[in-house]
Design a binder for this molecule. Structure first.
Ligand SMILES: [Zn+2]
Length: 171
């Protein structure tokens, strides 16, 4: 989730990770990841790999398959929060985070959680203040396809949508 613009200066720097830094909001206590480099649309921001794989989702994991949820390595990528107008994407086929558009120095990284999460363990209300904010974030399974089609989705989420379409046709 992004902060309100009024709060955007109200944070402290927690730690530095070459191209990014973790900042913590002094008002909400929430940690966020900000870019220290500029990235061009389509370029790789960081590779990632599983720190471990779990059958169950948590609020820190990324889903790569049915009952396969990974904790992120490097760990600081877990502070990339949800946004309904995301600037990055976790590609769970190539294990690269890449830029969905040009990202400037000092911009907060955000990704669209339902682009990898089918049904989330922890649902929450999004306050990203984007014009097309979808509100309650519960996972791709709960979002109409006409909204999902506006987002880049992982191959896993695409396969879940196709599977559901086939099941609906048979019913
Ligand atoms: Zn939102």
């Amino acid at each position: 989730m992004s902060l309100n613009p009024a709060e955007s200066n109200d944070y402290e720097i927690v730690s530095n990770h070459h191209f990014a830094e973790i900042r913590k909001s002094n008002t909400s206590g929430q940690k966020m990841l900000f870019s220290l480099s500029a990235f061009l649309e389509g370029s790789s921001i960081s590779p990632f790999s599983p720190a471990f794989i779990s059958e169950k989702a948590s609020y820190l994991t990324v889903q790569i398959a049915n009952k396969k949820h990974i904790a992120l390595h490097p760990y600081f990528l877990q502070y990339i929060n949800h946004g309904c107008n995301p600037n990055c994407f976790f590609d769970t086929s190539t294990f690269q985070v890449f830029a969905l558009r040009n990202i400037a120095v000092g911009e907060e990284f955000t990704f669209f959680y339902p682009s990898t999460e089918w049904e989330m363990a922890n649902t929450f209300n999004c306050y990203c203040n984007q014009p097309k904010c979808i509100g309650v974030i519960k996972g791709a399974a709960y979002i109409p396809e006409e909204i999902l089609k506006n987002y880049k989705l992982s191959n896993y989420i695409k396969s879940k949508i196709k599977y559901r379409q086939r099941k609906l046709k048979r019913a």
